[in-house]
Design a protein around this ligand. Structure first.
Ligand code: ADP
Length: 272
């Protein structure tokens, strides 16, 4: 992991002098981390509101690796009194992407602090989000598996609008009941709301970027900038596509089965 962080840092430093990493330069960033004898290095892809955080956090418990969401890192920085906070707030609240340089800096810092606490492996959520980010990640380490979660667009919008966060503990909830009739041979989708316990109920807030206008903008940005990342990993044979069939109790066991992780029932119930 230390090697990966070092390489990440050097690739982010290179942004100031080089906008694109030539393949010749990229080879300087090798050797790759040996995949043997280390924890899993997975990526979760999917549109805003699909549930990347929900499923990645549960799998991270099961696999014993940290769940690292770049959106959380951005929000932490934005809520701090740091020099970038105002700039980040504007970008995020318009549904745009933060620069690759800033994201890689935030991610390097997070990996570094995790490593100093003994973390190894990861599930990345929200990174990479551009082909450029995927190329940089590819240059610094091997990703084992990429899970691509899918839901119809109307469900994504309803889920973002129903999202609520406890301002004290940071947990995510959802007040929307999703009940969408399947079209063109697709199955119906039903999801119960994910309601907070009573101690969180009075502390719920919404994300400023979860308005209908900004969600639609984020979905458009996903189609333009992040969908090509799916192709990047599809070509490498690492992409597992998973259409979410319903709420967490129905979907999680099916996801675990799709990922061949359903053998340990005790661990599974801990994750649920
Ligand atoms: P979403 O629900 O849209 O997937 P996230 O919580 O992952 O939201 O991210 C929130 C915001 O943080 C994004 O809209 C974007 O502005 C910024 N962000 C997060 N990850 C990245 C990334 N890898 N590259 C660029 N911007 C990012």
């Amino acid at each position: 992991m230390a090697a990966m962080i070092r390489l990440f840092r050097s690739s982010s430093a290179a942004f100031s002098t080089r906008r694109s990493l030539s393949s010749a330069a990229a080879t300087e960033f090798k050797p790759r981390v040996d995949p043997k004898g280390r924890n899993v290095q997975w990526v979760f892809l999917g549109c805003p509101g699909v549930g990347k955080g929900t499923y990645a956090s549960r799998l991270s418990v099961l696999l014993g690796v940290p769940h690292i969401a770049t959106g959380d890192l951005v929000r932490e920085e934005l809520n701090s009194s740091g020099p970038m906070s105002k700039q980040l707030e504007e970008i995020v609240n318009q549904g745009k992407l933060v620069s690759d340089e800033i994201i890689i800096n935030l991610l390097s810092k997070r990996l570094e602090s995790g490593e100093s606490k003994g973390e190894s492996g990861f599930i990345l959520d929200g990174f990479p989000r551009t082909v450029r980010q995927a190329e940089i990640l590819n240059d610094v380490t091997d990703i084992d598996l990429v899970v691509n979660l899918k839901l119809p667009e109307q469900v994504l919008i309803d889920k973002c609008l129903g999202r609520r966060i406890c301002s004290e503990c940071g947990k995510n909830f959802n007040v929307a009941t999703i009940d969408v009739k399947g079209e063109n041979g697709n199955p119906d989708i039903y999801m119960d709301p994910l309601l907070p316990p009573s101690h969180c109920a009075s502390k719920l807030v919404t994300r400023p970027d979860d308005t209908e206008t900004v969600v639609k903008q984020r979905l458009a940005v996903y189609t333009e900038k992040s969908q090509p990342v799916e192709d990047f990993y599809r070509c490498q044979g690492k992409l597992v596509e998973f259409v979410i069939p319903g709420g967490i109790p129905e979907s999680l066991p099916k996801l675990l089965e799709a990922l061949n992780l359903n053998e340990n029932e005790e661990k599974q119930s801990a994750a649920v």
